[in-house]
Write a protein that binds this ligand. Structure first.
Ligand code: TPP
Ligand code: MG
Length: 550
């Protein structure tokens, strides 16, 4: 409903608070809102309908919030979800924490019990801000109605500013149903690739120029900073090998001469200088111990991290990542380091050769590596692959090839099972013409498996491939190793998750032997429907991991 008020010569068209929200979303280029219904959100829905923002409604709020993160990962635009007051917001908390750890620019809109009765015990009344604040860059309540546009602007701006990350605004029911004047013009969208280079580049150039065995270790921050082209130029001209984790996967294509994965130990330990780009030295880098004791570190990021580095760093560079990478390249002058590259290539090839037996394993139920040999063969170069599970996804991280940025999504360091379906939904909404392949453990399926219904209702032909070993393998094997037995580690063997997906209106396949897998994958991708290829895998296969928890 709109009303016109005339005051003197000035005329203001008042619109309701939900419409104000939608107008600002639209101004920032938001086209999709991931949500699950709740009365507190009706006026936002109405606003989105008026403004042409599509709603994608899911089956659990965590999927809506993971989808918002998936949208951000797939597009590098802000992902937005709307969660109803109280349990809607609490259900989204794991995904908000996940977005925080991945620095994903996400805006979470919350419903909220009415301000006029606050404290009197309205339905679903709880103050979200204190418990969401530690997980976000900004958490606030928008009131009164006239404050809504500026608050939405600030939340989106904050989510997109480096370090990118999630923000939260909730809207008291009365204020979002009341009317206020539209405000706010076209926002200036931050362009991370235009940020100026960091100070202190000269010292880094000096180190890199003289290095004989330099390496680059890049992670999620490189992706958010849109640094992939500059990184490739630096690798190319400096003959510098690159190792990638997190969302940086694909920022150097898997078949690039400077890309290595299996030789990571040789590269990081053997390096005299390591350029560490957009990646914290957390457990994934052995808290800094993945590098050699004598490796000199240059750390590059968009902003100085809050957490101190766990080991000495020779040069710290904070500023525009792409511009700094270009400045380094210009400073170091081309250098022939083919012998260093060949040494690593030999190590890489040797490890890959040693994998062949597992990739070709003929056993039934299948070895997980055999599953990945078949998947690699059917995926397009720009397929988006999403991992959600334990050991099954650890294997994938090792052997799935990623060629373009934004084509690999896993839960990241928060490691939340159940993150996959929401991210797959968003990836397919963002890229309707590309393959989206969702890798699922049978345990992981239980958290968000009903999102196959969302995929069916929204016509999203995501292909799930399940490594169904009937156990929580990533927990069962380590527990047996430590205690000689395991508890709480079993699932039902050979459960027909494919039939669950069929019952929801999707396409299902059961695969018992390796020869059946390729045709089943082809039928699944050919079906044009959401699909699940339920592959029975060998529960006795334990992923060879060194560290689990610490
Ligand atoms: C929300 C959540 N709960 C529990 C865990 C602990 N956890 C990590 S991996 C894993 C096992 C996953 O089992 P499955 O998906 O079947 O994959 P598998 O290891 O069997 O290949 C569990 C329980 C977690 N990471 N996230
Ligand atoms: Mg399992």
């Amino acid at each position: 409903m709109t009303t016109e008020t005339q005051s003197g010569t000035e005329q203001t068209t008042q619109v309701h608070g939900g419409r104000l929200v939608a107008q600002r979303l639209k101004a920032w280029g938001v086209t999709k809102l991931f949500t699950l219904s709740g009365g507190h959100l009706f006026s936002i829905y109405d606003g989105c309908r008026e403004e042409g923002i599509d709603l994608v409604d899911v089956r659990h709020e965590q999927a809506a919030a993971f989808a918002a993160e998936g949208w951000a990962k797939a597009t590098r635009e802000p992902g937005v979800c709307a969660l109803t007051a109280g349990p809607g917001v609490t259900n989204g908390m794991s995904a908000i924490a996940s977005a925080q750890m991945n620095a994903s620019p996400v805006l979470v809109l919350g419903g909220r019990a009415p301000a006029m009765r606050w404290g009197m015990g309205s339905l679903q009344e709880i103050d979200h801000v204190p418990f969401v604040a530690p997980l976000t860059k900004l958490a606030a309540t928008a009131e009164p109605t006239a404050e809504i546009p500026a608050m939405v602007d600030r939340a989106l701006q904050t989510a997109l500013e480096p370090p990118t990350g999630p923000t939260f605004v909730d809207f008291p029911l009365d204020h979002v149903f009341m009317e206020g004047p539209p405000s706010g013009g076209a926002p200036e969208l931050p362009d991370p690739s235009a940020a100026p280079p960091a100070e202190g580049v000269e010292q880094a150039i000096e180190l890199l120029r003289n290095a004989e065995r330099p390496v680059i270790m890049a992670g999620t921050g490189l992706y958010w900073a849109r640094g992939e082209d500059a990184l490739q130029r630096l690798c190319d001209e400096g003959d510098i090998p690159a190792f990638l984790n997190g969302l940086a996967r694909g920022c150097v294509p898997a078949d690039h001469r400077c890309f290595f994965s299996r030789a990571r130990g040789n590269g990081l330990k053997g390096a005299d200088v390591a350029l560490v780009v957009g990646v914290p030295m957390d457990f994934r880098l052995g808290f800094g111990g993945s590098f050699g004791d004598d490796t000199q570190l240059i750390v590059l990021g968009s902003v100085k991290p809050e957490r101190p580095h766990p080991r000495d760093v020779a040069v710290e560079l904070y500023g525009g990542v792409a511009a700094t990478l270009d400045a380094l390249r210009e400073g170091i002058a081309a250098r022939d380091r083919t012998s260093w590259l060949s040494e690593l290539r030999a190590a890489e090839d040797e490890r890959r050769a040693a994998e062949q037996d597992e990739l070709n394993d003929e056993r039934a139920p299948l070895h997980p590596m055999r599953v990945y040999r078949e998947i690699n063969a059917v995926l397009d170069r720009d397929a988006i692959v999403i991992g959600d599970g334990g050991d099954f996804v650890s294997y994938a991280g090792r052997v799935i090839n990623t060629y373009e940025p934004g084509c690999w999504m896993d839960p990241g360091p928060f490691g939340c099972l159940g993150s996959g379906p929401g991210q797959a939904i968003a990836a397919q909404v963002a890229h309707p013409d590309r393959q989206v392949c969702l890798l699922l453990g049978d345990g992981a399926f239980g958290f968000s498996g009903l999102e196959f219904d969302t995929m069916v209702r929204h016509g999203l032909p995501v292909v799930g491939v399940m490594g169904n070993n009937g156990i929580w393998a990533l927990e069962k094997h380590p527990m047996e190793f430590l205690y000689g037995y395991s508890v709480a580690a079993e699932l039902q063997p050979e459960l027909r998750y494919d039939q669950v997906v069929e019952a929801l209106g999707g396409h299902g396949e059961l695969v018992r032997g390796p020869g059946e897998l390729r045709p089943a994958l082809e039928r699944a991708f050919g079906s044009g429907k959401p699909a699940l290829v339920n592959v029975l895998t060998d529960p006795s296969v334990a992923y060879p991991r060194k560290a689990n928890l610490a």
